[in-house]
Design a protein around this ligand. Structure first.
Ligand code: ATP
Ligand code: MG
Length: 320
């Protein structure tokens, strides 16, 4: 079977190194092999906050980040939820396929509720994994490059596809997750690196900003640098970051740094990250917002055509 790739990100802020090593690197590799859709998940911004915030600016930033890391709009369809009504309409039949108990058990949703800034948990928070099933299934996506937090959602998408097929006949292939080199990169506070948790190194951060963020990262008091993820998580995290950027094992870097202490570790990490991000930042500076807007308009049109066809198929299968 020829795979179709679907992935996406919420326009809640600039993309960061967690995205890169969790998902973006795989996207760049896969775009030469398979048809690929990249979703700017704008409707999902309001799962964990009351207002969409600076949605237009964040959408533009996301687009520029995609182009800067090497996503090629000639090969990839980049689109947004809010432009594809037919995709969103799949949510209704799909919601009928899952139970309230199943929605309540999702561990990623539980974690996001814990970090949410909302006073009350919205219905959308519980149902957005089903919306994500629609994101994947509208284009009959089969391969989904994601970070670890997305695995429970992939299970929901598989469940929805399976149950739809059982009830109404074979329409959807079962999607599978593809994890990157680092399925869960930690942020500078030790939690999951996230756009909206203030603990990320953005791909678009300046060299100075990157240096500042790493300087402020927590370490411990031991002078000898060792790679011990359980016992010394903060030090291990900086070594991991540097190792990913240099393409080297973190334990090897630790040995090299030896008794150089936290100061040397931070210098090594800062140089590694800045070196890695330099070409991405350079490409980003060459891009214009006009180009990005045109690319999104074209992507939306292509994605919408795809969604119209799938919705027709779904309606026919259900006997409407
Ligand atoms: P937010 O805080 O707004 O939820 P986020 O940083 O979690 O933002 P998303 O847009 O929710 O980013 O996720 C986009 C994709 O990036 C998903 O596939 C997710 O699994 C992956 N991803 C996000 N953070 C990380 C991380 N720290 N490590 C690896 N992959 C990640
Ligand atoms: Mg997230």
């Amino acid at each position: 079977m020829n795979d179709v790739v679907l992935t996406g990100d919420r326009p809640t802020g600039p993309l960061h190194l967690g995205h890169y090593f969790g998902s973006l690197a795989n996207r760049v590799r896969l775009q030469d092999l398979h048809p690929m859709y990249v979703l700017i998940a704008d409707y999902q911004v309001i799962t964990d906050r009351d207002l969409p915030g600076e949605i237009r600016r964040h959408t533009m930033e996301l687009l520029l980040d995609y182009l800067a890391i090497g996503i090629d709009p000639a090969k990839v369809t980049i689109f947004q939820h809010s432009a594809i009504p037919e995709l969103n309409q799949l949510l209704l039949p799909f919601l009928s396929l899952v139970s309230v108990a199943e929605l309540g058990r999702n561990p990623t949703v539980k974690d996001e509720i814990a970090h949410s800034s909302q006073a009350a948990v919205s219905g959308l928070m519980f149902t957005y994994p089903v919306h994500q099933a629609a994101d994947i299934l509208f284009c009959k996506g089969t391969l989904v490059p994601v970070g670890k937090d997305q695995l429970p959602h992939l299970e929901v998408a598989r469940l929805v596809a399976r149950r739809f097929n059982d009830r109404y006949g074979e329409v959807f292939p079962l999607p599978k997750a593809m994890m990157g080199a680092q399925p869960m990169l930690k942020g500078l506070d030790g939690g999951k690196m996230s756009k909206s948790r203030g603990n990320a190194i953005a791909l678009s951060a300046t060299e100075d900003k990157t240096a500042l963020l790493i300087r402020k990262a927590r370490t411990d008091a031991e002078r000898l640098i060792t790679f011990e993820e359980e016992r010394r998580p903060e030090v291990a995290n900086l070594l991991t970051l540097a190792g990913l950027c240099l393409g080297r094992p973190p334990a090897e870097l630790a040995e090299e740094i030896g008794d150089g202490g936290a100061a040397t570790l931070k210098r090594v990490a800062t140089e590694a990250v800045n070196e890695f991000l330099r070409p991405i930042r350079r490409r980003r500076a060459e891009l214009t917002e006009g180009d990005a807007r045109r690319i999104l308009a074209e992507g939306n049109e292509r994605a919408r055509e795809r969604a119209v066809r799938t919705l027709e198929e779904v309606r026919a299968a259900m006997g409407f």
